[in-house]
Write a protein that binds this ligand. Structure first.
Ligand SMILES: [Zn+2]
Length: 266
Protein backbone atom coordinates (compact mmCIF):
# COMPACT_ATOMS: atom_id res chain seq x y z
CA UNK A 1 0.00 0.00 0.00
CA UNK A 2 1.29 3.36 -0.95
CA UNK A 3 -0.21 6.37 0.71
CA UNK A 4 0.52 10.03 0.22
CA UNK A 5 -1.27 13.32 0.39
CA UNK A 6 -1.93 15.46 -2.62
CA UNK A 7 -2.99 19.07 -2.40
CA UNK A 8 -4.54 21.30 -4.99
CA UNK A 9 -3.92 24.91 -4.25
CA UNK A 10 -6.28 27.63 -5.18
CA UNK A 11 -3.52 30.16 -5.31
CA UNK A 12 -1.50 32.16 -7.70
CA UNK A 13 -0.42 35.42 -9.06
CA UNK A 14 -2.10 35.53 -12.40
CA UNK A 15 -2.67 39.21 -13.13
CA UNK A 16 -5.01 38.36 -16.02
CA UNK A 17 -7.65 37.37 -13.51
CA UNK A 18 -7.60 40.54 -11.55
CA UNK A 19 -9.58 42.50 -14.13
CA UNK A 20 -12.80 40.62 -13.50
CA UNK A 21 -11.95 39.13 -10.12
CA UNK A 22 -11.14 40.79 -6.83
CA UNK A 23 -10.79 44.29 -8.20
CA UNK A 24 -14.45 44.54 -9.04
CA UNK A 25 -15.39 43.59 -5.52
CA UNK A 26 -13.01 46.08 -4.07
CA UNK A 27 -14.48 48.81 -6.19
CA UNK A 28 -17.78 48.07 -4.46
CA UNK A 29 -16.07 48.38 -1.12
CA UNK A 30 -14.60 51.72 -2.04
CA UNK A 31 -18.01 52.74 -3.24
CA UNK A 32 -19.39 52.02 0.17
CA UNK A 33 -16.65 53.99 1.86
CA UNK A 34 -17.83 57.05 -0.04
CA UNK A 35 -21.47 56.33 0.52
CA UNK A 36 -22.02 59.39 2.65
CA UNK A 37 -20.98 61.47 -0.32
CA UNK A 38 -23.80 59.70 -2.17
CA UNK A 39 -21.54 58.14 -4.77
CA UNK A 40 -22.49 54.65 -3.72
CA UNK A 41 -26.07 54.39 -4.88
CA UNK A 42 -25.29 51.57 -7.31
CA UNK A 43 -23.63 49.16 -4.91
CA UNK A 44 -25.82 46.03 -4.93
CA UNK A 45 -25.50 45.33 -1.23
CA UNK A 46 -23.68 48.26 0.22
CA UNK A 47 -22.79 46.95 3.61
CA UNK A 48 -21.01 43.94 5.01
CA UNK A 49 -19.66 42.91 1.65
CA UNK A 50 -16.44 41.70 3.12
CA UNK A 51 -16.38 38.94 5.66
CA UNK A 52 -14.68 36.01 7.32
CA UNK A 53 -16.06 32.51 7.23
CA UNK A 54 -16.44 29.83 9.87
CA UNK A 55 -16.97 26.08 9.84
CA UNK A 56 -20.76 26.45 9.96
CA UNK A 57 -20.66 28.60 6.85
CA UNK A 58 -18.40 26.07 5.15
CA UNK A 59 -20.65 23.12 5.98
CA UNK A 60 -23.78 24.94 4.95
CA UNK A 61 -22.50 26.03 1.55
CA UNK A 62 -20.81 22.71 0.87
CA UNK A 63 -24.14 20.93 1.42
CA UNK A 64 -26.04 23.51 -0.61
CA UNK A 65 -23.67 23.35 -3.60
CA UNK A 66 -23.41 19.57 -3.36
CA UNK A 67 -27.18 19.31 -3.85
CA UNK A 68 -27.39 22.14 -6.37
CA UNK A 69 -24.52 21.26 -8.69
CA UNK A 70 -23.29 17.73 -7.91
CA UNK A 71 -26.56 15.81 -7.36
CA UNK A 72 -25.57 15.34 -3.74
CA UNK A 73 -22.89 12.91 -4.89
CA UNK A 74 -19.79 14.39 -3.27
CA UNK A 75 -18.44 12.70 -0.14
CA UNK A 76 -18.37 15.08 2.82
CA UNK A 77 -14.74 15.94 3.55
CA UNK A 78 -13.21 17.08 6.81
CA UNK A 79 -13.31 20.87 6.91
CA UNK A 80 -10.76 23.24 8.29
CA UNK A 81 -10.17 26.98 8.20
CA UNK A 82 -6.69 28.40 8.30
CA UNK A 83 -4.84 31.60 7.57
CA UNK A 84 -2.74 30.80 4.54
CA UNK A 85 -1.57 33.86 2.64
CA UNK A 86 -0.99 32.08 -0.67
CA UNK A 87 -3.62 29.32 -0.71
CA UNK A 88 -7.22 30.49 -0.56
CA UNK A 89 -8.46 26.93 -0.70
CA UNK A 90 -7.02 23.43 -0.59
CA UNK A 91 -8.22 19.89 -1.16
CA UNK A 92 -6.10 17.03 0.10
CA UNK A 93 -6.59 13.29 0.27
CA UNK A 94 -4.78 10.01 0.59
CA UNK A 95 -4.24 7.45 -2.09
CA UNK A 96 -4.51 3.72 -1.54
CA UNK A 97 -3.22 1.39 -4.21
CA UNK A 98 -5.13 -1.86 -4.34
CA UNK A 99 -4.72 -4.88 -6.59
CA UNK A 100 -7.17 -3.73 -9.23
CA UNK A 101 -7.41 0.00 -8.82
CA UNK A 102 -6.21 2.97 -6.87
CA UNK A 103 -8.73 4.56 -4.56
CA UNK A 104 -8.69 7.95 -2.92
CA UNK A 105 -9.92 8.56 0.59
CA UNK A 106 -9.72 10.82 3.65
CA UNK A 107 -10.65 14.02 1.81
CA UNK A 108 -10.00 17.32 3.59
CA UNK A 109 -11.15 20.70 2.33
CA UNK A 110 -9.49 23.84 3.70
CA UNK A 111 -10.23 27.53 3.26
CA UNK A 112 -8.19 30.56 4.30
CA UNK A 113 -9.41 33.52 6.34
CA UNK A 114 -6.17 35.39 5.73
CA UNK A 115 -8.01 37.89 3.52
CA UNK A 116 -11.38 39.43 4.06
CA UNK A 117 -13.42 38.51 1.00
CA UNK A 118 -16.97 38.91 -0.16
CA UNK A 119 -19.26 35.94 0.35
CA UNK A 120 -19.34 35.49 -3.43
CA UNK A 121 -15.53 35.21 -3.51
CA UNK A 122 -15.48 32.66 -0.68
CA UNK A 123 -18.20 30.68 -2.45
CA UNK A 124 -16.25 30.67 -5.72
CA UNK A 125 -13.13 29.39 -3.92
CA UNK A 126 -15.23 26.68 -2.28
CA UNK A 127 -16.67 25.64 -5.66
CA UNK A 128 -13.14 25.46 -7.10
CA UNK A 129 -12.19 22.93 -4.41
CA UNK A 130 -15.49 21.06 -4.86
CA UNK A 131 -14.67 20.56 -8.54
CA UNK A 132 -11.37 18.97 -7.49
CA UNK A 133 -13.29 16.80 -5.02
CA UNK A 134 -15.79 15.78 -7.68
CA UNK A 135 -13.04 14.67 -10.06
CA UNK A 136 -11.00 12.92 -7.38
CA UNK A 137 -13.95 11.11 -5.81
CA UNK A 138 -15.25 9.89 -9.16
CA UNK A 139 -11.91 8.29 -9.98
CA UNK A 140 -11.52 10.28 -13.18
CA UNK A 141 -8.03 11.18 -14.31
CA UNK A 142 -7.87 14.71 -15.67
CA UNK A 143 -5.27 15.80 -18.20
CA UNK A 144 -3.64 18.10 -15.63
CA UNK A 145 -4.41 19.43 -12.13
CA UNK A 146 -6.62 22.02 -13.84
CA UNK A 147 -7.12 20.03 -17.03
CA UNK A 148 -9.90 19.58 -19.55
CA UNK A 149 -12.38 18.08 -17.08
CA UNK A 150 -11.73 20.73 -14.46
CA UNK A 151 -12.08 23.61 -16.91
CA UNK A 152 -15.27 22.17 -18.36
CA UNK A 153 -16.92 22.04 -14.93
CA UNK A 154 -15.53 25.47 -14.07
CA UNK A 155 -17.05 26.99 -17.22
CA UNK A 156 -20.41 25.42 -16.52
CA UNK A 157 -20.50 26.92 -13.01
CA UNK A 158 -19.21 30.29 -14.17
CA UNK A 159 -22.11 30.46 -16.61
CA UNK A 160 -24.32 30.33 -13.51
CA UNK A 161 -22.71 33.51 -12.27
CA UNK A 162 -19.72 32.31 -10.23
CA UNK A 163 -16.19 33.63 -10.60
CA UNK A 164 -14.09 30.51 -10.33
CA UNK A 165 -10.52 30.84 -11.56
CA UNK A 166 -7.73 28.38 -12.09
CA UNK A 167 -5.67 30.75 -9.99
CA UNK A 168 -6.87 33.71 -7.98
CA UNK A 169 -4.87 36.87 -7.65
CA UNK A 170 -4.58 38.01 -4.07
CA UNK A 171 -3.07 41.33 -5.02
CA UNK A 172 -5.10 44.19 -3.64
CA UNK A 173 -6.88 42.04 -1.11
CA UNK A 174 -6.82 43.28 2.42
CA UNK A 175 -5.38 41.20 5.16
CA UNK A 176 -7.88 40.59 7.92
CA UNK A 177 -6.91 42.72 10.88
CA UNK A 178 -5.86 40.74 13.90
CA UNK A 179 -3.91 42.77 16.38
CA UNK A 180 -2.34 42.36 19.77
CA UNK A 181 -5.76 43.10 21.33
CA UNK A 182 -6.22 39.36 21.13
CA UNK A 183 -4.39 38.90 24.44
CA UNK A 184 -6.73 41.24 26.30
CA UNK A 185 -9.69 39.07 25.42
CA UNK A 186 -12.33 41.76 25.84
CA UNK A 187 -14.39 42.37 22.75
CA UNK A 188 -16.72 45.12 21.70
CA UNK A 189 -19.41 43.49 19.61
CA UNK A 190 -21.86 44.95 17.15
CA UNK A 191 -24.81 42.63 16.47
CA UNK A 192 -26.83 43.42 13.37
CA UNK A 193 -29.97 42.04 11.84
CA UNK A 194 -30.59 43.18 8.30
CA UNK A 195 -33.97 43.88 6.77
CA UNK A 196 -33.56 40.78 4.59
CA UNK A 197 -33.21 38.60 7.70
CA UNK A 198 -29.45 38.01 7.63
CA UNK A 199 -27.54 38.23 10.92
CA UNK A 200 -24.00 39.49 11.47
CA UNK A 201 -21.66 39.71 14.44
CA UNK A 202 -18.70 42.08 14.34
CA UNK A 203 -15.84 42.59 16.73
CA UNK A 204 -15.32 46.34 16.53
CA UNK A 205 -12.23 48.41 17.12
CA UNK A 206 -13.24 50.54 20.14
CA UNK A 207 -11.69 53.66 18.65
CA UNK A 208 -14.03 53.41 15.66
CA UNK A 209 -17.18 52.39 17.50
CA UNK A 210 -18.77 55.82 17.64
CA UNK A 211 -18.34 56.50 13.94
CA UNK A 212 -19.60 53.03 13.14
CA UNK A 213 -22.63 53.54 15.33
CA UNK A 214 -23.51 56.65 13.33
CA UNK A 215 -23.22 54.73 10.10
CA UNK A 216 -25.41 51.90 11.36
CA UNK A 217 -28.15 54.36 12.28
CA UNK A 218 -28.13 55.72 8.74
CA UNK A 219 -28.12 52.36 6.97
CA UNK A 220 -31.61 51.58 5.77
CA UNK A 221 -30.71 47.88 5.35
CA UNK A 222 -30.29 47.50 9.10
CA UNK A 223 -33.42 46.38 10.91
CA UNK A 224 -31.84 46.15 14.35
CA UNK A 225 -28.43 46.85 15.79
CA UNK A 226 -27.15 46.41 19.33
CA UNK A 227 -23.80 46.74 21.10
CA UNK A 228 -22.29 44.35 23.63
CA UNK A 229 -19.08 43.54 25.42
CA UNK A 230 -17.89 40.00 25.96
CA UNK A 231 -14.86 37.88 26.72
CA UNK A 232 -16.18 35.02 24.57
CA UNK A 233 -13.07 33.50 22.87
CA UNK A 234 -15.27 32.85 19.82
CA UNK A 235 -14.30 36.39 18.79
CA UNK A 236 -10.57 35.88 19.30
CA UNK A 237 -9.71 35.15 15.69
CA UNK A 238 -12.03 37.73 14.20
CA UNK A 239 -10.60 40.98 12.88
CA UNK A 240 -11.47 44.07 14.92
CA UNK A 241 -13.25 46.00 12.22
CA UNK A 242 -13.21 49.72 11.58
CA UNK A 243 -16.00 49.61 9.00
CA UNK A 244 -19.28 47.78 8.63
CA UNK A 245 -18.05 44.27 8.20
CA UNK A 246 -18.82 41.16 10.13
CA UNK A 247 -19.23 37.44 10.28
CA UNK A 248 -22.55 36.18 8.99
CA UNK A 249 -24.17 33.78 11.44
CA UNK A 250 -27.42 31.84 11.65
CA UNK A 251 -30.35 33.21 13.64
CA UNK A 252 -29.68 30.55 16.29
CA UNK A 253 -26.01 31.44 16.73
CA UNK A 254 -26.98 35.10 16.80
CA UNK A 255 -29.55 34.58 19.56
CA UNK A 256 -27.24 32.27 21.48
CA UNK A 257 -24.25 34.61 21.39
CA UNK A 258 -26.10 37.85 22.15
CA UNK A 259 -27.92 36.25 25.10
CA UNK A 260 -24.57 35.67 26.84
CA UNK A 261 -23.09 39.11 26.20
CA UNK A 262 -23.34 42.27 28.25
CA UNK A 263 -25.44 44.94 26.47
CA UNK A 264 -24.07 48.46 26.35
CA UNK A 265 -25.66 51.67 25.10
CA UNK A 266 -24.19 54.58 23.21
ZN1 LIG B 1 -7.15 24.09 -8.07
Amino acid sequence: MNSRTLAFNNMGLDPKNSANGPLRVWSFMLTFAFRNNSIGAFAPSPILLSMQIDILWLRKWFDTFNQQYFDGGLPTPRFHIGHSRTQLGTLSYKRKRGLMRTSLYDFALGMSNYYDQSEHQFQSVLLHEMIHLSIAASGLTDTAPHGVVFRGMMSRLNREGWHIHVTTSTRGMQKAFTGSERVIGQYLVLAIELADGRHFLSSVSPRHARALNERVRQASEVRQAAWYTTTDPWFADMPKVRSLRGRRVSAEVFANKTARMKPIAF
